[in-house]
Design a protein around this ligand. Structure first.
Ligand SMILES: Nc1ncnc2c1ncn2[C@@H]1O[C@H](COP(=O)(O)OP(=O)(O)O)[C@@H](O)[C@H]1O
Ligand SMILES: [Mg+2]
Length: 400
């Protein structure tokens, strides 16, 4: 992340809709970073004040005026795209975080736990030129069911990107995480160590906790003893991904198959989610259920890419069937190639290092393209979990 210094060094901040208590906390946190106004302005006056002051940062009291906060963000985003907007909330809440980010808030903070991140954001805004430096892209992978190849694809996608970009893989498959063993890596630190300190996490702490593969892929591992789902909360995850997206150009998250709060949050903040299935009836049926839960979570279809792994010509379910039943096209397939993939797994190697020209290696090399395309166009007469003239799965498994 490039930071090109500006002479004054202190950011200009406007506060909107904060009560006295929040004002006090913000003042305490930002004393050394910013020029703060003596009072907070109401939502009604905000645009006029901002137009006059042209601040670097606008901090908005979010929780008690959600609608006004969202509306202000929409207006500011259009009129002053360079102003950094921060939503100051009373408590962490996945849905609220998602709503705020969609409206254009760059950060969602709860004080005092996110004091460090607020300080960093305001500090960063003072160094204006670097502002446009976008956060890294976040890609989550989730399986229709266990064993369909999520970890294999996550690792190999990361290895393709790592040729020219800074890439981090986060293993978020609780209790089952096998990114490290599959890459033949051992690590002293893991995501567990960061969770314990997520409220004061910074890039330095993150890079101290990762382990680096020879492909240059960085990995944040999952400890074996992390069985308890409650151990990683959504707001811990939000902090970790936020910092990761500052430090890396690509953050690839192996979500396994089990949806808990941290995975839900990861899916919500991801630019793209790769849903992986194999071409058999049980896996496709589970993919259908997954699509339905994505709809409930509010993940738009445009952000989802469907990848069929272990594809082979004699597959029982055709690509057309899969697309029609799930309501999104198959973005890519990766060939079933047990000989090379198993050798890679057994030897802790990348498939391309076993045989660069094998079917699986070739398909994986082109998989990256699905991350930069325009998103799925619904197949003709497509069904999918949220309605339409569905395929045969809807008859078989019912729909709501
Ligand atoms: N394209 C493929 N061809 C053959 N075997 C594969 C392929 N992709 C994955 N596998 C095998 O399937 C098994 C499960 O893969 P894994 O990535 O661990 O799945 P998941 O993370 O979804 O549980 C592994 O033994 C792996 O070698
Ligand atoms: Mg796995």
């Amino acid at each position: 992340m490039r930071n090109i210094g500006r002479a004054s060094g202190a950011a200009n901040v406007i506060l909107v809709g904060l009560d006295n208590e929040s004002m006090g906390m913000v003042r305490e946190v930002l004393a050394a970073e910013a020029v703060l106004p003596s009072s907070s302005v109401g939502f009604g006056d905000a645009l006029e004040v901002i137009d006059r002051a042209r601040p670097d940062v606008v901090i908005v009291g979010y929780t008690r005026a959600v609608d006004a906060s969202l509306q202000l963000a929409e207006e500011l985003r259009r009129a002053y795209p360079n102003i950094v907007m921060v939503a100051l909330a009373d408590m962490p809440d996945s849905a609220a975080i998602l709503g705020a980010m969609r409206a254009g808030y760059k950060e969602f903070v709860v004080l005092p736990s996110d004091a460090n991140r607020l300080r960093q954001t305001v500090h960063g805004a003072a160094f204006h030129q670097a502002d446009d430096e976008e956060k890294g892209r976040v890609i989550s992978l989730i399986g229709s069911k266990g064993g369909v190849g999520v970890t294999t694809l996550a690792i190999h996608l990361a290895a393709e990107l790592a040729g020219i970009h800074r890439v981090l893989v986060i293993d978020l498959d609780l209790g089952m995480g096998d990114v490290a063993p599959m890459m033949d890596l051992t690590s002293r630190d893991s995501i567990g160590d960061l969770v314990a300190r997520s409220d004061r996490l910074d890039e330095r702490m993150l890079s101290a906790a990762v382990v680096v593969h020879k492909s240059k892929v960085n990995v944040l591992t999952m400890p074996d003893d992390m069985q308890n789902v409650g151990e990683i909360r959504a707001d811990d995850m939000y902090n970790i991904i936020s910092v990761a997206a500052l430090a890396y150009q690509w953050v690839i998250i192996d979500c396994g198959t089990f949806t808990h709060d941290a995975v839900t949050l990861a899916l919500q903040v991801s630019d793209t989610t790769i849903l992986t299935t194999t071409p058999d009836v049980t896996a496709v049926r589970d993919a259908y259920r997954r699509m339905r839960s994505f709809t409930t979570l509010g993940l738009e279809k445009e952000r989802i890419r469907l990848v069929v792994n272990r594809w082979h010509k004699a597959a029982y379910v055709s690509k057309k069937d899969i697309a029609q039943n799930l309501g999104i096209p198959v973005a890519a397939t990766v060939s079933d190639d047990p000989r090379h993939v198993e050798q890679a797994v057994n030897e802790g190697k990348l498939i391309r290092d076993v045989n660069r020209r094998c079917d699986a290696a070739r398909d994986i090399a082109t998989l990256v393209a699905i991350l930069t395309d325009d998103g799925p166009v619904a197949p003709e007469g497509g069904g999918g979990p949220e309605g339409g003239s569905g395929g045969w799965l809807s008859g078989l498994f019912g729909r709501r």
